[in-house]
Design a protein around this ligand. Structure first.
Ligand SMILES: Cc1cc2nc3c(=O)[nH]c(=O)nc-3n(C[C@H](O)[C@H](O)[C@H](O)COP(=O)(O)OP(=O)(O)OC[C@H]3O[C@@H](n4cnc5c(N)ncnc54)[C@H](O)[C@@H]3O)c2cc1C
Length: 386
């Protein structure tokens, strides 16, 4: 780590420590905090220079390296209830493909923290198999007409605009994917329902219908046929950042469970003195170290510009291992806390629920294994982990 890396890490850690005291209040209030507190957290993010850390400096972003972003996300991962999502990272691939119109209307205000986006890709019948989507986009003069129903649209309730992925239903690229950008108040966009999920977040995951939504042609992102390429770029980035947050969660859980085990006495001595407890903590720490070493190396490799296919496999390995590791650590932490570990005011209980989705979203563990095995068959062991 450079001096700058260490400074960024220390600042992010201190900020996460500022957020932690608000966790239980959020948990008991559907994930919500009073607006003045949220505004205060947003102001802190701006003061610390953590707004749009993944965006180039010349566009007003933080211009952080991938490794520095990883360090920030790792610290944010120590906080439950998605309070850490106040550090917002816009779509990193967008500035390279956005038109001047799209830059002015959506990208630059997002980098300034004035707008928030959400992603509408998954459907009832198509999740892992993104190519199975049935949403359509038909060209009609200077407009596209969009139809479809999207599931799990994260942050729809807190966003101003969205990305919508569809298959072209007309023209020379019929059947190819295309991505569109539009404001949420575009006529024809309707919330079908907003289901409850395991975690208690202010960010909801709505099911959203798009019924003859008309958007001008300049709302197409990139070219017709580009839709899947953007999804893959975003997956690679987000998978690495899920690994980062998993590490932070595991670290917090090990620290809290160790402190509890030191204080908690049963049968006349601290439970930390019992091997059954020691072994759970030892396994957790060992796995955290392994996950951290591989994930740091992966993030640094991205900065060094290693082959993008190798990046793809390594990001999948980092996400797979770190998310499953954090799940095991959370399970053990609940066990160490005993009955307290089942109470919603307990950090282990919240993480036990919250971390589960990290093995599902941005590609399930099974999909990560498929990607890794595919790259192994194509490139061999030494290329991927040599
Ligand atoms: C809280 C939450 C937020 C989300 N946010 C968003 C969002 O903002 N935008 C968005 O577009 N989507 C979002 N998603 C969707 C998420 O990306 C999908 O849930 C995920 O990709 C899995 O798809 P699925 O749920 O349809 O499961 P499926 O694809 O139906 O998979 C079901 C099971 O089958 C397994 N499986 C599937 N294919 C294979 C295979 N080839 N081999 C072996 N096993 C296989 C899977 O691993 C899984 O265990 C979100 C999901 C959740 C839970």
């Amino acid at each position: 780590m450079t001096e700058e890396d260490r400074e960024i890490q220390a600042k992010a850690r201190a900020f996460a420590d500022e957020l932690i005291p608000f966790e239980v209040q959020a948990e008991m209030n559907s994930g919500e905090l009073p607006s003045d507190i949220v505004a205060g957290h947003e102001a802190r993010v701006r003061d610390l220079g953590f707004e749009a850390i993944n965006m180039p400096k010349e566009l007003g972003g933080g211009g952080f390296t991938t490794f520095q972003q990883f360090l920030v996300q790792e610290q944010v991962g120590r906080v439950t209830n998605a309070l850490g999502w106040v550090i917002h990272t816009p779509a990193s691939w967008l500035p390279d493909v956005a038109t001047d119109f799209q830059m002015d209307r959506w990208v630059l205000p997002t980098i300034k923290g004035e707008l928030r986006e959400c992603y509408a890709i998954t459907e009832e019948g198509a999740g892992s198999d993104v190519d199975g989507i049935e949403a359509t986009a038909s060209r009609d003069g200077d407009e596209y007409v969009l139809n479809g129903v999207k599931w799990h649209v994260t942050s729809f309730n807190l966003s101003e605009y969205l990305f919508f992925q569809a298959k072209l239903a007309s023209g020379p690229n019929t059947g190819a994917h295309a991505m569109f950008i539009m404001d949420l108040d575009t006529p024809g966009i309707r919330v079908v329902r907003s289901p409850a999920y395991s975690h208690t977040y202010a960010h909801h995951h709505a099911i959203v219908a798009f019924e003859d939504v008309r958007v001008p042609a300049p709302h197409l992102v990139g070219q017709e046929g580009d839709g899947m390429r953007f999804a893959h770029e975003w997956f690679r980035y987000e998978r690495l950042m899920i690994a980062a947050r998993s590490l932070g969660a595991a670290e917090r859980l090990i620290e809290e469970a160790t402190a509890f085990a030191r204080d908690r006495h049963a049968y006349g001595k601290a439970i930390l003195d019992y091997q059954a407890i020691q072994f759970m903590l030892a396994d957790s720490l060992t796995e955290l170290w392994a996950a951290r070493a591989m994930s740091y190396r992966t993030a640094q490799g991205v900065d060094e510009g290693i082959d993008v296919k190798v990046q793809h496999a390594q990001c999948s390995m980092a996400k797979l291992y770190a998310s499953e590791m954090a799940g095991r650590v959370a399970d053990r932490a609940v066990q160490i806390f005993g009955g307290r570990g089942y109470m919603r005011e307990n950090v282990a209980e919240r993480f036990y629920r919250e971390l589960r989705v990290d093995r599902i979203w941005e590609g399930t563990s099974e999909i990560q294994r498929i990607i890794i095995a595919d790259q192994l068959a194509k490139r061999g062991v030494r290329t991927l982990v040599g």
